[in-house]
Write a protein that binds this ligand. Structure first.
Ligand code: HDE
Length: 694
C-alpha cells in the first residue's frame, strides 16, 4: 500500500556497493558539472561568460542580457538567514547499528532487530557564534542526529552537555539575547565572557549546574569525534502494549572524551579556525570514522518520584551510578557531505520528529522546543516545503493533503486535497495505532491552568555541587581558571559580585577563588551540603587510546633515519597520524643520506594543532631560526601537558627549554623500548601533574 515504506532499507544500489536507502535517494539529486557545457537555468547553452551584452564594446549593458541578469540575480539571493543559535555547524553521513533489542521498551522499528542498520545524518554545532566564527570557542556543542528510519525521520537533537541553562522554554530568548554579542556594539563574538551573559546567570540561578559544566573542560572538546552527546530532556519509550519508560539518551564516543587546554583553544582559533570541522572531514576521508555508542537510562513510570530531583527538570541529570547507562547500538559517521549548503545548512532538525514508540514528557523546556524548531525553519528555509529538500526527505514516501507554498516540488496529482472525502476513497487515510499509526502516550493530566513552576524545580545547587565534588583536582583548577577568565572580563563590579555570591552556594572555596581573581568581596553563604560525587562525570575516568592522535615530527638535515623510520612505522601501526615538519616542504636529508618528506613547515602549522611533538633534531642553514622553531614547538607542547618525545639527536633541546624529564617526556637514550614508551604516553594524552610554571 502507498505510504508504507517499500524501500529495501538495507539493500544495495545496483551500481554502488553498500549504498543505503538515504544515499540512494540523495543520488537522485546529485549533479556533477564536470565536463558539461554551460547553460542558463533554462538550459540554453551560453556562448560567453566573461563579458556582458553591451551596445558597443564601450557602451552600456543591455537589459536583454538574460544570462547576466540570471547570473547576478541568483548570486544576489545566495544567502539564507543563519540559524539563530547553532549557526556554526558541520555534518557527516553515517549509520546506526542496533546491538540490543529494545522491543521490551519501545515499538520503534529501528530499535527492534539486532544488527539492523539505519542511515543517518549528524550535525555538530557551536551555539553562540555566528556561522563564520571559529571552532574552538568555549561553548556548548550541538549534537543533532537525524535517523532516516523505515517509519519516518526520527531526530535526536541534543547537546554535548546533559543538562541546560534554564528550565522553561519561555526564558530561551532571554538566555540567547544575553549570550550573543551585546546588541549595542556586537562584541564579543562566540564568547560568554561578557556582562550580559553573567548578569543573566546571576539573575537566573537555575543556570548554576549548567555553568559548572560550561566552565569545565567539557565546553572545549578536542574535536567532535571525542565528545559525548545527550538528548538532555527526559523522553518516553513506549512499547507495543502501551507501557512507557522514561528515558534519557547518551552518545558515548569510542575514542573517549577529551578536551583542549584553554590557552591552546584560544591559539587554535587563530592557527586554524576550522580545527574541529577539519578534523571530522579529514578523519572520515582517511577512514578514521567517528563512532559513538548510543546509551539509554531508563526509569519506570511508577518510579517517577523516587529521586531527589524532578525528572522533568532539564537542569538535572540522572547520575549514572544511580540509573546506569545501557549501551544499545553504535553510530558510525563514515561519509563526508558533498555540499555544505545543500546538506549541512539546509538540514532541518526538530525534536518533534518522532516515530511510534518514542514520545515526549511534560518537561517545559522540551514542550517549548516542540514549537520552536518548525517555526524557525519557515523563516530560515523560506516556507513550509522544507521537508522536500533532499537532506530532509524521509526515505519513505509521505502522503497528506498539505499543498502549495513557496518552492513546492512534488506534483500531487488528482482532484482531492482534503479529508474526509469520497472521491479518493477517503485517502490518504490515517493508520490505526495498532497498525503503525503514531499514537500519543495517554498520560493522565489534571490540574489548574497556572503560569508557575513546580516547587520540585527549585533546588538549583545540589547537582552543581555534585559535579564539583566529582572533579579531579586538575579539573577543579580548570573550572576556577575559566571562571576567573570569564567573570574577569565582566566590566560591572556588581555583576562580578553577584556571580561570586551565587557560586558560594556550590562551594565556598570555588567562590573565594573567583572573588580573589576578579577583585570583589568574598561571599557569605551556606553552601549546598551535598557530599556525594559521581565518578562518571569526571573526564579522568574515560577511555584513553592512542588511535587517530596527531604527532608532529620535527626534523632538520642530518636526522637519524633509522630511528625516525622505525618510530613512524610504530606510530602508524598504533593508528597515529604523523606529519613531518621542517623548514621547507619536500625532502629532508638524514645523516645516512636517506630522505624523509616534510609535508608541513614550521610556519604552515603550529604546535597547538598536534597532540604531541617528537623532536627528531638535525640542523639547518639558519640554525638559530631552526632552534627557535623547535624550542617554540616543544615549549607549547610542554605548557599544554602533552607527551613530548626526543630522539638522541633531538634531546639537546631539553636543556634549552622548560622541559623537565618525568612522566610524558620520552627520551630515546633513557628508554629500552622508545616506541612503546612513546605510544603509551600518547595514549595518556595529558600529564596534568607537570608543573608548567616552574
Ligand atoms: Fe535548540 N534551537 N532550542 N536546543 N538546538 C535550534 O533550530 C530552541 C535546546 C539544539 O544542527 C534552532 O533549526 C529553544 C536544548 C541543537 O540544525 C531553534 C530551546 C538543546 C540545534 C532552537 C532550545 C538544543 C538547535 C535554531 C529552549 C539540547 C542545532 C535553528 C526551549 C537538547 C540543530 C534551528 C542543527 C537549534 C530553539 C534549547 C539543541 C531556534 C526554543 C535544551 C543541537 O529552533
Amino acid at each position: 500500500m502507498k505510504g508504507d515504506c517499500v524501500n529495501n532499507l538495507n539493500g544495495e544500489h545496483p551500481n554502488r556497493k553498500n549504498q543505503n536507502a538515504k544515499e540512494r535517494q540523495l543520488d537522485e539529486y546529485r549533479v556533477n558539472n564536470f565536463g558539461t557545457q554551460m547553460t542558463t537555468n533554462q538550459s540554453t547553452k551560453v556562448s560567453g561568460d566573461e563579458n556582458s551584452l553591451k551596445a558597443d564594446v564601450r557602451g552600456p549593458s543591455l537589459l536583454e542580457d538574460f544570462h547576466l541578469r540570471e547570473k547576478i540575480t541568483h548570486f544576489d539571493h545566495e544567502r539564507i538567514p543563519e540559524r539563530v543559535v547553532h549557526a556554526r555547524g558541520y555534518a557527516a553521513h553515517g549509520e546506526f547499528v542496533l546491538h540490543k533489542c529494545m522491543k521490551k521498551y519501545t515499538s520503534a522499528k529501528f530499535l527492534q532487530d539486532v544488527g539492523k542498520k539505519t542511515p543517518l545524518f549528524t550535525r555538530f554545532s557551536n551555539v553562540a557564534g555566528s556561522k563564520g566564527s571559529f571552532d574552538t570557542a568555549r561553548d556548548v556543542r550541538g549534537f543533532a542526529v537525524k535517523f532516516y528510519t523505515e517509519e519516518g525521520n526520527y531526530d535526536l537533537v541534543g547537546n554535548n552537555i546533559p543538562i541546560f541553562f534554564i528550565q522553561d522554554a519561555i526564558k530561551f530568548p532571554d538566555l540567547i539575547h544575553a549570550t550573543k554579542p551585546e546588541p549595542h556594539n556586537e562584541i564579543p563574538q562566540a564568547a560568554t565572557a561578557h556582562d550580559t551573559f553573567w548578569d543573566f546567570v546571576a539573575n537566573n540561578q537555575e543556570s548554576a549546574h549548567m555553568i559548572m559544566w560550561l566552565m569545565s573542560d567539557r565546553s572545549i572538546p578536542t574535536n567532535f569525534r571525542k565528545m559525548e552527546g545527550f538528548g538532555v530532556h527526559t523522553f518516553r519509550l513506549v512499547n507495543d502494549d502501551g507501557v512507557a519508560h522514561f528515558v534519557k539518551f547518551h552518545w558515548k564516543p569510542k575514542l573517549g572524551m577529551h578536551s583542549l587546554v584553554w590557552d591552546e583553544a584560544q591559539k587554535i582559533s587563530g592557527a586554524d579556525p576550522d580545527f574541529q570541522r577539519r578534523d571530522l572531514w579529514e578523519s572520515i576521508k582517511a577512514g578514521n570514522f567517528a563512532e559513538y555508542d548510543l546509551g539509554v537510562q531508563l526509569i519506570r513510570e511508577e518510579d517517577e518520584f523516587m529521586f531527589d530531583f524532578d525528572i522533568l527538570d532539564a537542569t538535572k541529570l540522572w547520575p549514572e551510578e544511580i540509573v546506569p547507562v545501557e549501551l544499545i547500538g553504535t553510530m558510525t559517521l563514515n561519509r563526508n557531505i558533498d555540499n555544505v549548503f545543500a546538506e549541512t545548512e539546509q538540514v532541518a532538525f526538530h525534536p518533534g520528529n518522532v516515530v511510534p514508540g518514542i514520545d515526549f514528557t511534560n518537561d517545559p523546556l522540551l514542550q517549548g522546543r516542540l514549537f520552536s524548531y518548525l517555526d524557525t525553519q519557515l523563516l530560515r528555509l523560506g516556507g513550509p516545503n522544507f521537508a522536500e529538500i533532499p537532506i530532509n526527505r524521509p526515505v519513505c514516501p509521505f502522503h497528506n493533503n498539505q499543498r502549495d507554498g513557496f518552492s513546492r516540488q512534488r506534483i500531487d496529482v488528482g482532484q482531492v486535497s482534503y479529508h474526509k472525502n469520497s472521491l479518493a476513497d477517503n485517502t490518504p487515510s490515517p493508520t490505526p495505532v495498532e497498525k503503525g499509526g503514531y499514537g500519543h502516550y495517554q498520560e493522565k493530566v489534571e490540574g489548574h491552568v497556572i503560569r508557575a513552576n513546580s516547587p520540585s524545580f527549585e533546588d538549583h545547587f545540589s547537582q552543581a555541587r555534585l559535579f564539583w565534588n566529582s572533579m579531579a583536582p586538575y579539573e577543579k583548577q580548570h573550572i576556577i581558571d575559566a571562571f576567573s577568565f570569564e567573570v574577569g572580563k565582566v566590566q560591572s563590579q556588581s555583576v562580578r559580585q553577584q556571580v561570586v555570591d551565587m557560586f558560594c552556594h556550590v562551594d565556598s572555596g570555588l567562590s573565594e577563588a573567583i572573588a580573589t581573581a576578579v577583585g570583589v568581596k568574598r561571599a557569605q553563604c551556606t553552601p549546598s551540603d551535598v557530599t556525594a560525587s559521581s565518578p562518571a562525570l569526571s573526564m579522568k575516568n574515560i577511555i584513553f587510546v592512542p588511535e587517530t592522535l596527531k604527532v608532529a615530527i620535527l626534523l632538520g638535515k642530518g636526522f637519524d633515519s633509522a630511528v625516525i623510520g622505525n618510530t613512524v612505522r610504530s606510530l602508524r601501526n598504533a593508528g597515529v597520524t604523523v606529519d613531518i615538519v621542517s623548514t621547507t616542504l619536500g625532502p629532508v636529508q638524514s645523516a645516512s643520506g636517506r630522505t624523509a618528506t616534510a609535508n608541513q613547515t614550521f610556519i604552515t602549522v603550529s604546535p597547538v594543532l598536534y597532540d604531541s611533538i617528537l623532536a627528531g633534531g638535525g640542523t639547518s642553514e639558519n640554525q638559530a631560526e631552526f632552534d627557535s622553531h623547535l624550542q617554540n614547538y616543544i615549549e607549547e607542547a610542554w605548557k599544554h601537558y602533552k607527551p613530548i618525545a626526543f630522539t638522541l639527536n633531538g634531546s639537546r633541546y631539553i636543556s634549552k627549554t622548560s622541559v623537565q624529564e618525568g612522566p610524558g617526556i620520552i627520551v630515546e637514550k633513557n628508554e629500552r623500548d622508545f616506541n612503546n614508551a612513546y605510544i603509551n604516553a600518547l595514549a595518556k594524552q595529558r600529564f596534568w601533574d607537570r608543573n608548567i610554571f616552574e
